[in-house]
Write a protein that binds this ligand. Structure first.
Ligand code: NAI
Length: 676
């Protein structure tokens, strides 16, 4: 029984026990309806949840089918209409349907630290059980917007100030409830019968524009705002509109995309190969190389409570690494993420030295030295001599072949790649790179470790650039072909932003710096198929010292340290001259064509990566692009997007892409239509 009712003198207890988060699945909804029949005669009833939290959302696996009875709005209305006043006793997180149910209760009591939210917006929805209508009546329109439009959680103490909870009570929640029920105050009017607060203070016209601008194409924030506006209608009317829109959105592409990426992230974090494998714990981490990446990785490890030793090549570099890492930890303090005690604890767990011997007791050693094969090989040869045979050895290389890096290292089962993204203390994605000999044990430990850092691990096989950078390289290639054919960098970037990307491909290059890709292209020159189209625009930029934002100029120019660039006539002249020199008659390229081509190239490369077994699934590719490359989450990722549009459409576009640049593209079997 997921919902049970027990009597306790003249009180009744309704308890939900539906692990892990007491989601409002059909059984819970039906159980609550039944429970209402079983509390008859009681003076009051408590609604409480077993386990670590109150109801923290709906059961998303039900969302793909038609809504099943009993419907949540009916349950909420029945709780609100019950003769027996119901007291919600809450702990953990009270989210979505959980908050909707709580608002239908007569009183709300929370344990300290309880957090409340209406996060439906994050899965492309609006609340569906009166949440958008009761919240403005209970906590006021501004707080309702904060929860439903911005998707932010509100803590118990502030919720009490807003009137959303009646009491925040320390100690045992049941005892607190009993004490409250000893002398019940007069039952307040049902929330649905109260007038909405603060709606007229809001300029909805202005707010709509601001919300839409921030959402960059995602519809659900605006729709939540719209629904909150309906709270000035009589409740039954507003609630009916809310429910209808909720159901419409549930079947719509945005919500399906967001649900798809949600499930893809969960499955990427626990790939089949580590199922059932017990992961040993990593406590002590050695990081060789304390530059940009090594320092970020160190900060992420410190935040997760690990002991970290940075090993640098000399004392001076070690000092500098120590300062960089402290700077990152201080940054967390400055942004209010941690307090001074936490800052001190983190700094105290970090050592930076120039002696590899200090890595001896590490459970994991991560190498983040220069992207130079020989340097990396030497590092691992020395590491293998000082660490124990069980110590995991990981390289953070972006483009080098880990099989070559680890050649000849004793214990190949414990060798793998941990490809972090810059800035490593912030970016969530980590590609966990599996070598032929990497053991499931080592992978299980690596996945557990990265999840523990609050990161999103994705399993990758070995190829140039692994999953993410390989797709990035393909997109950059096509983007450069587009430049040669007639587009300009700002046109390409604008077209991709219009698709919801955080940045366009040229802006990203400027931000990250052009030199790594330049080095890679130079390295690949000898093995590049001679028939493949090669446009050396980017190379010319690099040769001219236009290495990106930090250099003050790249695809754009940057006035004195500005983070956003402006069009540069020199670059545009260089592109025009390049086209002329190649005998290309430039033609205007429409934004729609730009984005269609780049998205098709992304999907094609992603499909090839899945077909080659480098990525385990389309979902894994989507997770990489969404969590590491600014692909809009609400579009589900490039593979979800392609599947939605139909692979036949991708095929048509890829045909045109290939026609414009013969011998330059390999089509995935799926794109060729050879497999479904
Ligand atoms: P970086 O140049 O900022 O840092 C490298 C550090 O390694 C320097 O502090 C250097 O003193 C140290 N080092 C060099 N040889 C050493 C040795 N033998 N022993 C100890 N320390 C040594 O480079 P960055 O950007 O941090 O890159 C490091 C690695 O991470 C490279 O393999 C790179 O491909 C990879 N990577 C870089 C990303 C980026 O965005 N920069 C993203 C993901 C991976």
């Amino acid at each position: 029984m997921v919902v049970s009712v027990t009597r306790d003198g003249d009180l009744a207890w309704i308890e939900i026990d539906n692990p892990p988060v007491n989601a409002t699945s059909r059984a819970v909804r039906a159980g609550l309806m039944e429970a209402l029949g079983k509390i008859e005669g009681a003076r009051a009833a408590f609604l409480i949840c077993a386990g670590r939290t109150f109801i923290a959302g709906g059961d998303m696996t039900e969302f793909d089918g038609p809504a099943l009875e009993p419907h949540l709005p009916d349950v909420a209305n029945a709780l609100e209409a019950s003769n027996i006043p119901i007291i919600a006793l809450m702990h953990g997180t009270v989210l979505g349907g959980g908050f909707e149910i709580a608002m239908a209760c007569a009183w709300r009591i929370a344990a300290p630290g309880t957090r409340f939210g209406l996060p439906e917006v994050k899965v492309g929805l609006i609340p569906g059980a009166g949440g958008s209508q009761r919240a403005p009546r209970l906590v006021g329109a501004e707080a309702a917007i904060e929860m439903a439009v911005d998707g932010r959680m509100i803590g118990a103490e502030r919720m009490a100030q807003l009137g959303g909870v009646d009491h925040v009570l320390e100690g045992d929640l049941r005892a607190a409830g009993r004490a409250f029920a000893e002398e019940l105050p007069e039952r307040p009017a049902p929330v649905s019968a109260r007038p909405a607060r603060g709606l007229s203070d809001i300029n909805f016209e202005e707010r709509r524009l601001a919300v839409a601008a921030k959402a960059r194409g995602q519809a659900s924030p605006s729709r939540n705002l719209e629904a909150i506006g309906w709270a000035n209608l009589p409740f039954p009317e507003g609630a009916a509109k809310e429910r209808a829109l909720h159901l419409e959105m549930r079947a719509g592409v945005e919500s399906r995309a967001l649900r798809s990426i949600f499930f893809a992230e969960r499955s990427a974090a626990r790939p089949a190969i580590i199922k059932g494998v017990e992961a040993h714990t990593i406590r002590r981490v050695a990081i060789v190389g304390g530059g940009l990446m090594g320092a970020g990785i160190a900060a992420a490890c410190l935040a997760a409570g690990h002991e970290v030793t940075t090993v640098e090549r000399d004392a001076e570099a070690a000092t500098s690494a120590r300062q960089t890492v402290s700077g990152l930890v201080d940054g967390a303090l400055r942004r209010g993420k941690i307090d001074t005690a936490d800052r001190d604890a983190r700094t105290a767990r970090h050592a930076a030295v120039d002696d590899m011997g200090a890595a001896a007791h590490a459970d994991l050693a991560v190498e983040a030295v220069f992207e130079d094969l020989e340097v990396k090989q030497q590092v691992f040869a020395r590491l293998a001599n000082v660490v124990g045979p069980q110590t995991l050895l990981a390289t953070n290389t972006s483009y080098l072949d880990p099989r070559v890096i680890f050649q000849g290292i004793a214990g190949p089962a414990r060798c793998l790649g941990l490809h972090f993204f810059s800035p490593a203390h912030i970016m969530r994605l980590v590609e966990v790179v599996r070598l032929p000999d990497t053991s499931p044990d080592a992978l299980a430990a690596a996945f557990r470790f990265t999840r523990g850092l609050g990161k999103q691990p994705v399993l990758s096989g070995i190829c140039e650039g692994f999953i993410g950078n390989r797709i990035l390289s393909a997109v950059r290639r096509e983007a450069e072909y587009l430049l040669a054919d007639g587009a300009l960098p700002h046109e390409v970037d604008a077209a991709m932003r219009a698709e919801g990307m955080a940045m366009g491909p040229f802006e990203v290059q400027d931000m990250a710096g052009l030199q790594i890709a330049w080095a890679t292209r130079t390295r690949q020159a000898a093995t590049r198929p001679p028939e493949e189209r090669y446009e050396a625009i980017s190379d010319q930029l690099c040769e001219a010292g236009r290495l990106g934002r930090r250099a003050g100029r790249g695809w754009y120019r940057y006035a004195n340290g500005a983070s956003s660039g402006e069009r540069d006539p020199n670059v545009e002249a260089l592109i025009l001259a390049h086209s002329a020199a190649r005998g290309i008659t430039r033609r205007p390229v429409a934004p729609g064509e730009i984005s269609e081509r780049l998205l098709a190239v992304m999907a094609n490369e992603g499909a090839r990566i899945v077909e080659e077994g480098i990525a385990q699934s389309d979902g894994d590719v989507d997770v990489v692009k969404v969590s590491g490359y600014g692909f809009p989450r609400w579009r589900g990722g490039p593979m979800f997007h392609a599947t939605e549009r139909g692979w036949a459409t991708v095929r048509e576009t890829m045909r045109r892409v290939a026609e414009a640049s013969p011998n330059s593209w390999q089509m995935a079997r799926r794109v060729r239509g050879e497999v479904a």
